[in-house]
Design a protein around this ligand. Structure first.
Ligand code: G3P
Length: 239
């Protein structure tokens, strides 16, 4: 089957205690170790809190692992207080940002477009999250277009049942709808991804990677947990 050369796994650190401050650095190093063993066959990124971008970015090898922001604001640089700008996360070492995550919704297409524009002005990759295939279809028509759209049904987030097994049709429709609207946009899926089998299934449904949080961040051995997900991606690629 036709699969992307390098599937992407994004580990979203969210605001978990286990992934904050020095714990974020430790966890990122564990993700880096798992990524290095994949020898470039799978791309790994970590989406960390704004306050941790800088320390994580200096601690990891940028060739092995990419650092993403979890969110940016669209405020410009200057007389604005309390915002996290695209320029600031870029300067801190991020190469991309999540946009419109289910836990940080922007509310409408106009706001999503503004966030993509702000990110692209600073050459940040954009991963725009969508709750279902209808939202994914709307995001695919956004100008400018994002680099990735990630399908994450909110009700499955943080659970033990993966989107790829519970809602394969949602993933399939989303991939078809996004590709029809704009073939250049890559599609990811996330929510409840717990095993290599979940990742393999996600790629077989036509996605080009996954977003994951709890099964890696809260694992007793995060490196091992991520390695398991990576091996699922490798299996999909080899089957
Ligand atoms: O951004 C990834 C996330 O929302 C999925 O979370 O804990 O279900 O892997 P989780």
């Amino acid at each position: 089957m036709l699969l992307p050369m390098t599937p992407l796994i994004i580990v979203n650190f969210k605001t978990y205690k286990e992934a904050t401050g020095e714990n974020a650095v430790r966890l990122a190093k564990q993700c880096e170790a798992a990524a290095k063993k994949a020898k470039g066959k799978v791309k790994v990124a970590v989406a960390v809190q704004a306050t941790d971008i800088s320390k994580v970015a200096v601690a990891v090898d940028a060739k092995a692992i990419e650092v993403f922001a979890q969110h940016i604001d669209t405020a410009e640089q200057g007389k604005f207080t309390g915002f996290v700008t695209a320029a600031a996360v870029k300067e801190a070492g991020a190469v991309g940002t999540l946009v419109n995550h289910a836990e940080h919704k922007l509310g409408n297409a106009e706001a999503i477009a503004k966030h993509i524009t702000a990110a692209q002005e600073k050459k940040l990759n954009t991963v725009v999250c969508a709750a279902n295939w209808q939202e994914a279809t709307a995001v695919a028509a956004t100008k400018p277009a994002p680099d990735y759209i990630a399908i994450e049904p909110p009700e499955l987030i943080g659970g033990k049942v993966s989107v790829s097994s519970a809602k394969p049709e949602v993933v399939l429709y989303s991939v078809a709808a996004v590709k029809k609207a704009n073939n250049a946009i890559k599609v990811l899926c996330g929510a409840g991804i717990n095993s290599g089998q979940d990742v393999k299934k996600a790629l077989e449904l036509g996605t080009e990677g996954i977003l994951v949080a709890s099964s890696v961040v809260l694992a007793k051995e995060p490196e091992k947990a991520l390695a398991g997900l990576i091996s699922g991606a490798e299996k999909a690629y080899n089957s």
